[in-house]
Design a protein around this ligand. Structure first.
Ligand code: ZN
Length: 303
């Protein structure tokens, strides 16, 4: 006998704790729920109201469905949207973004395939307004891990998967190798210009939806200071020569004129998106999607 599911909003970092108290993972819904009789112990993760499918002021056409490289300016590392809101609220955001996308990558149509390491992640799309020096969140987009890695090409370099990311960029967009390299060069030029600027943060599409800022990013100068300090700490922690390198890394880094400019900004890192890692259904069950991009289907249901 099973009653209606009691849904939870469990941030990835707290999933083991919640699991020990009786939280379970529904792979079809991509969401945690309380095992029968365990809701009381799980009250701190009780589901908050669903967010609307369109956040107030959000532009879902911003950047179209396109896949492109958009490195985060160095002056705003560590202080992006996800770092400013509570993990539980980010879980709500993730759930809404994934659900409204039909549980498919909005750039290439890929569905989640935990068995192949392909996950669906929430990417923040920004507008950098140089006139007002404002970094404004315009849209949230569901990308699979391969496309998400392309957008943060510097992270791909750090991870030693730049060649794979470049191939994926070309495969999804239809760019030739020459066009892909031109695209990268343009992205780096823009990145350099944007990294000269200290940016104020505008998270209006989140706050207008009632999401509270629990860790304010501060002024533009504050953000630049945070970025410099945390990046220096990270560099200090990282043993030199530990990064994996590929021929493309060398070429790109050379083009970027500075080695390891992309010291890892974990803010948009992807390790919080694989909450079903240890509870993924085995291959061959009905909840596992096929690999090929195909027209959208309802791969997951809305809670
Ligand atoms: Zn994709």
């Amino acid at each position: 006998m099973t009653g209606p599911r009691i849904w939870l909003d469990v941030p990835f970092a707290e999933k083991d704790q919640a699991k020990a108290l009786g939280a379970r993972w529904d792979p079809a819904e991509r969401r945690s729920y309380a095992a029968p009789g365990r809701a009381a112990q799980l009250g701190r993760w009780a589901a908050l109201p669903d967010l609307p499918d369109l956040l107030p002021g959000e532009d879902r056409d911003y950047g179209q469905g396109g896949l492109f490289v958009q490195p985060t300016p160095a002056t705003v590392w560590w202080t992006h949207a996800r770092s400013c809101i509570a993990p539980r609220d980010w879980e709500r955001v993730r759930r809404m973004v994934t659900g409204r996308a039909g549980c498919r990558c909005e750039a290439c149509g890929q569905a989640e395939r935990p068995d192949a390491g392909i996950r669906l992640e929430t990417h923040e799309r920004w507008q950098f307004d140089t006139a007002t020096r404002t970094q404004r969140l315009r849209r949230l987009i569901c990308l699979d891990s391969a496309c998400h890695t392309v957008t943060h090409f510097g992270l791909a370099q750090l991870r030693g998967v730049a060649d794979e990311a470049f191939a994926h960029l070309c495969a999804v967009t239809g760019m030739t190798t020459a066009e892909g390299n031109q695209h990268l060069d343009a992205a780096v030029t823009l990145w350099r210009q944007q990294s000269e600027i200290e940016w104020d943060l505008d998270l209006g599409i989140l706050t207008s939806a009632g999401i509270q800022i629990v860790q304010p990013a501060g002024s533009a100068a504050d953000r630049a200071q945070v970025s410099a300090r945390r990046t220096a700490e990270k560099r200090h922690d990282q043993a030199p020569g530990t990064e994996r390198r590929s021929p493309r890394d060398t070429r790109i880094v050379g083009a970027y004129e500075a080695p390891a400019i992309y010291t890892r900004d974990p803010g948009e890192d992807q390790d919080d998106e694989d909450e079903d890692e240890d509870e993924a259904p085995p291959a061959g069950t009905s909840t596992v999607e096929t690999a090929s991009p195909s027209p959208r289907t309802t791969a997951c249901h809305r809670g």
